[in-house]
Design a protein around this ligand. Structure first.
Ligand SMILES: [Zn+2]
Length: 529
């Protein structure tokens, strides 16, 4: 159902005016009353064109004794109010207002164009009145029912002593001229480093309308005028190359002069050089911030949580710690400038959420969680290593592995509150939080899988994805490595042996090293652009 739309008050007024005064034939003559004081009034004519009332500008100028002129050649009409000249053009909605002393012009747009009949010019009444109200210092009001326009007295109007601003270009900058009708004392101009120039003139009254029409150009980009009961503040926004603002004392004139000095080419060059330098410094800082200088190794399980058990009862937690410590040694020995952080170095129980917390607190740039795989059925033939990314599990097998690894949270107190179920919705949130690192996690997983395949006898079961709690909080690229199957007799033996753990650690080390080289090369190339 359509809602009933009320007539707007404006439309209602319009309707009354039209029917009350003329039949809707095009261009009927209508009459307006102009009250110039509570007692005195005069009449001017107008036109009603298809319901739009127009006022005759020539007659208005005559009855108000404005100096006026018609230019028949270019079809223009103009009159003057106080120091302003207002120009109307036939069939044109734009009025040009020129401040005569400064010769600064501004344009005002009416919703309908100015009409011309014979030598008479007409403006649409309602928009013209609001324009006229801004020009006539005493103010103008309109009673649209009786078509009576009342003019406030010029005597009640505030007297302006700041009448306008003009700007001149000089050889070494600009000159701002604040036009004043009387002499002002000390004026302060304050140029802030962020490009705002404040000029405060005490005991002044500004013609804010004229000021709002200031023609700005060059380094002067904006002008805001603030009139308080006791002062006027002019705020200019100037270009960054304005170096100095200085008030100039001109005893001959009432005007206030402010000279803006712009930077010379050598000065500009020096500043540009400094700017470039600071960009370089920031880039260097940024590059250092992203440098792969802290690697976090997370040995899975520990303490009261043994992890998976092998065919010969080998505990996952012992193998993960062995591999983690060996991997750390490789990194510390061979990658200079890299700090290795362990989530545990002993047989301790560390809660899952704490592991990435440790990594984040240390400013880690890569998080590698080390685990061993196992199947329910022991012994079984499944073998090989897998590298996991934090994503919704795709295969049943991946989901099972994640469930097994995640089940250790039940050993933590109050785990229900701490870990949110990794529903699809929660995954979206987690992925968003890690979106900056996903690409790097993937890249590292690929490189590490390749390196492990090349450097060990383990079968590469590829890069996979599943929802591991231990990776959720990481604010850095992260992967989980299932080094091999404890449910496979041969692999259990290999994983348990010091030689086997060294092999895995070395293989992982090679992956990290390779990744670091590629990553940092890309980083330095990126930052040079
Ligand atoms: Zn595990």
């Amino acid at each position: 159902m359509n809602p009933v739309r009320p007539f707007s008050s404006c439309a209602a007024v319009f309707f009354l005016v039209v029917t009350g005064l003329s039949s809707p034939v095009s261009a009927d003559e209508i009459r307006f009353r102009i009250k110039t004081s509570p007692r005195d009034s005069v009449e001017v004519t107008g036109l009603d064109t298809a319901g739009v009332p127009y006022i005759c500008l020539n007659e208005l100028a005559d009855v108000l004794r404005f100096p006026s002129a018609v230019n028949d050649t270019v079809k223009k009409f103009e009159f003057r109010i106080s120091t302003r000249r207002i120009k109307f053009s036939r069939n044109n909605p734009f009025l040009v207002v020129t401040d005569v002393p400064t010769n600064a012009s501004s344009v005002y747009q009416l919703p309908q164009p100015v009409l011309q009949r014979d030598r008479k010019y007409y403006a649409p009444l309602f928009p013209f009145v609001s324009f006229f109200d801004r020009m006539w210092a005493g103010g103008v009001s309109l009673d649209s029912l009786s078509l009576t326009m009342s003019l406030g007295s010029f005597d009640d109007a505030p007297e302006f002593d700041i009448t306008g601003v003009s700007i001149e270009r000089k050889s070494n900058g600009y000159l701002i001229i604040i036009h004043a009708l009387r002499k002002f004392g000390e004026v302060e101009a304050w140029l802030k480093p962020d490009g705002w120039l404040f000029v405060t003139i005490a005991n002044a009254k500004a013609d804010t309308f004229a000021l709002s029409r200031t023609r700005l150009f060059g380094a002067i980009r904006n002008l805001l005028t603030f009139q308080s009961p006791t002062s006027v503040q002019l705020t200019f926004k100037v270009a960054p190359d304005v170096a100095q603002a200085e008030v100039i004392n001109e005893p001959e004139s009432h005007d206030l002069l402010i000279a803006l000095r712009t930077l010379s080419p050598p000065e500009k060059e020096a500043i540009e050089k400094k700017r470039q330098q600071s960009i370089q410094e920031n880039l260097e800082k940024e590059r250092n911030r992203w440098k792969l200088d802290v690697i976090v190794i997370d040995a899975g399980h520990g303490g009261k949580d043994p992890g998976a058990l092998g065919v010969a009862k080998t505990k996952e937690k012992d193998i993960t710690l062995g591999v983690a410590l060996k991997l750390g040694k490789f990194l510390e020995k061979n990658l200079k400038g890299v700090k290795v952080v362990y989530t545990r170095k002993t047989d301790a129980f560390i809660e899952l959420y704490r592991r990435t917390q440790i990594a984040n607190e240390a400013g880690g740039k890569l998080f590698v969680s080390i685990h061993c795989n196992s199947l329910e059925r022991k012994p079984s033939r499944a073998r090989g290593f897998e590298i996991y990314l934090l994503r919704p599990g795709k295969t049943e097998e991946a989901i099972e592995i994640a469930e097994r690894e995640n089940s250790v949270i039940q050993l933590e107190e109050g785990y229900e509150q701490r870990y949110q179920k990794l529903t699809e919705e929660n995954f979206i949130l987690v992925t968003m939080a890690q979106s900056a690192y996903v690409k790097y996690s993937e890249h590292f997983a690929e490189i590490a899988a390749e390196a492990m395949e090349k450097n060990s006898t383990l079968k590469n079961s590829g890069v996979k994805q599943a929802g591991f709690y231990v990776l959720v909080g990481a604010s850095m690229p992260n992967v989980l490595v299932e080094t091999g199957y404890l449910s496979n007799r041969t692999e259990e033996k290999f994983l348990k042996s010091s030689a086997g753990q060294t092999k895995i650690a070395e293989a992982l080390y090679n992956g990290i090293k390779q990744y670091k080289e590629i990553y940092e090369k890309a980083l330095s190339e990126g930052s040079r652009q």
